[in-house]
Write a protein of this length. Structure first.
Length: 683
């Protein structure tokens, strides 16, 4: 099977669809024709699985008409028409109809693909309350005494315990339940998920009453989240009888608790909703969540009852087929402003609470922090200020030091001083150049003899002097050193090991990536939490190019001699790479595909206040280059720094790099397999 890198099926996605056709009551021929039309439309869009409503070939609201042989014969004939039409489609279709089995009538879902009927799933739970009285017409699944039925001249599997697996898309294994089945305390799909179903499908009719739409969302969201699965929910719409009920045609697609797509409600026309489900993401969530496996063991009796029906589909893998799924450019930062503010509030409070606890438990009342006038130390200082407020201690207990070196710019020094004044902490300035020169002299470094040699030793002497001063100041004032380095720097090894910025007594930013810190600082500025003058300096800091400021620049040059992002790549890209490699363990090829889907179009999802909003576009060559930098630094050169990091709070489900938390890895591993996978990506 030939795969295209730019095709979603090459990366374990599957395009699925939920369809709500307009129906006619007791007119199977019309309903079959409309079903086929929508199925053809969905297949043309690249979908491999299309679900239709409960009893859709007859309409749900037939009531005692289900006792009429003519209607039942017509429904089976309509199924035959759909089966024949499916021979020319690359999608599996799931349709609903009443079927006679051993002198009983069952409310069934039938799977059709490639011109064949693959299996029949009867409804387990029949509602017989309120407006429902399905037990008047139908038998429940456990009333059947057979495991196969004769249908349209074929012997096909029959039973509620069927799973359907696409052999050439092995992560696509789906299970079907019908309407009420998901409304009960323990839905059949719960056991199906434990038996390996990654996609759960519900053929529903579901009349509408006030508030029911919201409850459907909650129900489907929670079931998909609990089962670590995708959940496709269909519902009957226009054309159903309004004798005693109304119908809104709501259909939903959720993935692990997140809404991917839904249809329009109360439409007079047939309609479809599509979503690209990440099957690998679901699979990885399951083996990451070890209690999922424990649940399989605990319910082994139920799991063992399932039978798997395997079949192949003519999956469209050769041509380009881009994602129709929003891939957030900033996975650590919600795009929606309201959710972004909520995220910033929560992260900020997690950091503050963690620092309050550390100070309380250690009996310390003072903190020592280096303030550079850059993003990370700015945010750490904001956290310290709020922690002092919570502890009802004066902000003068924050002993803040700006420590200019050989390359400190006037801009960042000015910003550091203005920030400390706005915070109201105890502010100090220590010029580290004399002690650095002494160290360089002791080393016999050429710079001490007047030569312009700016090597790694020259840089690290400055970083080490700053940290050394901070630790001794903490000893002297009976305080603790607050670390400022962030998750992104730790992932890339962009920190000076040991006595440099790698070390502190407690690092409040340890699991906060650079892109999130940017928005945390912006959020504090926008909400005016440190006054107008404070917001002004925060805005200036946000506009400052990120630089370690360790190598002097040319005279009269306003830009720093060093640009962090010119060396390690844009943080917006590297945070994207970090999220998908750390959180899900995706192969570089899939990370690159996701990155391309998110970043190659300048007009896709650009925020007005996004960092580098003027250049929010990356071609596949850029993506490969920056991902290569990340892979080499993350897997090959930087783990020894992460193996001995200071304590610091985990703030998000994107993961942390603490060896005591989310990430344990050898310090001497190779990056070969990741770089080899990256090399196979076309440009």
């Amino acid at each position: 099977m030939k795969n295209s890198f730019f095709n979603l099926y090459s990366h374990d996605f599957a395009r699925v669809a939920v369809a709500t056709p307009r129906c006619k009551i007791a007119d199977p021929a019309f309903n079959a024709a409309e079903t086929v039309r929508l199925a053809q439309e969905a297949a043309a869009q690249g979908a491999v699985l299309v679900a239709f409503p409960e009893l859709g070939l007859t309409a749900y609201s037939c009531d005692d008409l289900f006792q009429q042989r003519a209607l039942l014969d017509g429904a089976e004939q309509a199924l035959g028409e759909i089966k024949d039409a499916s021979a020319k489609l690359s999608a599996a279709l799931i349709v609903g109809l009443p079927l006679r089995v051993q002198h009983q009538l069952f409310n069934c879902a039938v799977v059709v693909a490639g011109g064949k009927v693959l299996g029949v799933v009867p409804k387990c739970y029949l509602p017989n309350y309120g407006e429902f009285y399905e037990a008047r017409q139908f038998s429940a699944a456990d009333c059947a005494s057979v495991t196969s039925v004769e249908l349209l001249g074929e012997t096909v599997p029959f039973g509620a315990e069927l799973l359907f697996e696409v052999a050439n898309l092995p992560l696509l294994r789906f299970h079907i339940e019908i309407c009420e089945d998901v409304w009960v305390p323990v839905p059949p799909s719960s056991f199906a998920a434990l038996a390996g179903a990654t996609v759960l499908v519900n053929l529903s009719a579901s009349n509408v009453v006030v508030g029911k739409s919201g409850y459907r969302h909650q129900l489907v969201s929670q079931q998909s989240a609990r089962c670590l699965a995708a959940y496709l929910y269909t519902s009957a719409g226009a054309g159903e009888s309004s004798t005693d009920m109304a119908w809104d045609g709501q259909a939903l697609i959720y993935e692990n608790g997140v809404l991917l797509a839904e249809t329009e409600r109360f439409s007079d026309k047939s309609h479809i909703a599509y979503a690209d489900v990440d099957l690998e993401r679901l699979s990885r969530e399951r083996f990451h969540t070890t209690t999922f496996g424990q649940s399989v063991r605990r319910h082994a009796g139920e799991v063992s009852k399932f039978r798997v029906v395997r079949f192949e589909l003519d999956v469209p893998v050769d041509a380009q087929l881009p994602l129709q799924r929003t891939v957030e450019r900033f996975p650590y930062v919600p795009a929606d402003p309201a959710r972004r503010d909520e995220r910033c509030t929560e992260v900020y409070n997690i950091q503050v609470q963690a620092l309050v606890q550390r100070l309380s438990s250690s009996g310390m009342s003072k903190v020592v922090i280096g303030v550079s006038g850059g993003l990370d130390s700015t945010h750490a200082l904001l956290v310290c200020a709020k922690a002092m407020d919570r502890l009802k201690l004066p902000r003068s207990n924050i002993l803040a030091y700006t420590m200019p070196g050989f390359a400190t710019s006037e801009r960042t020094l000015k910003q550091a001083k203005e920030l400390m004044a706005a915070i109201g902490c105890a502010s100090h300035e220590i010029d580290i150049r004399p002690s650095c020169i002494q160290m360089l002299k002791d080393l016999g470094h050429p710079y001490a003899e007047g030569k312009e040699e700016y090597d790694v030793t020259f840089e690290n002497v400055q970083a080490g002097e700053r940290t050394s001063h901070l630790f001794r100041l903490a000893n002297f004032h009976n305080g603790i050193v607050i670390g400022t380095g962030d998750l992104s720097e730790l992932a890339l090894g962009w920190c000076t090991y040991g006595v440099g910025d790698h070390m502190s007594h407690y690092n409040v930013n340890a699991s906060v990536p650079k892109t999130l810190i940017t928005h945390l600082v912006r959020w504090v500025a926008d909400t005016g939490q440190i006054g107008t003058s404070g917001s002004h300096v925060l805005t200036a800091i946000l506009d400052t190019e990120i630089s370690p400021e360790l190598v002097p620049g040319k005279a009269n040059d306003s830009k720093p001699a060093q640009s962090t992002e010119r060396v390690i790549g844009p943080y917006e890209m590297q945070d994207f790479n970090l999220y998908y490699i750390l959180r899900y363990g995706f192969a570089p090829s899939k990370v690159a595909f996701l990155s391309y889907s998110a970043w190659h179009d300048r007009n896709a999802g650009v925020w007005p206040d996004a960092p580098h909003a003027d250049r929010n576009e990356y071609a596949i060559g850029d993506i490969k280059r920056y991902l290569g930098i990340f892979l080499f630094r993350f897997f090959k050169t930087s783990q020894f720094k992460r193996s001995c990091v200071p304590n610091g709070p985990k703030v998000g489900n994107g993961g942390s790099l603490s060896p005591r938390g989310d990430w344990r890895a050898p310090s001497d591993s190779e990056a070969t397999v990741w770089l080899d996978d990256l090399a196979n990506i076309p440009e």
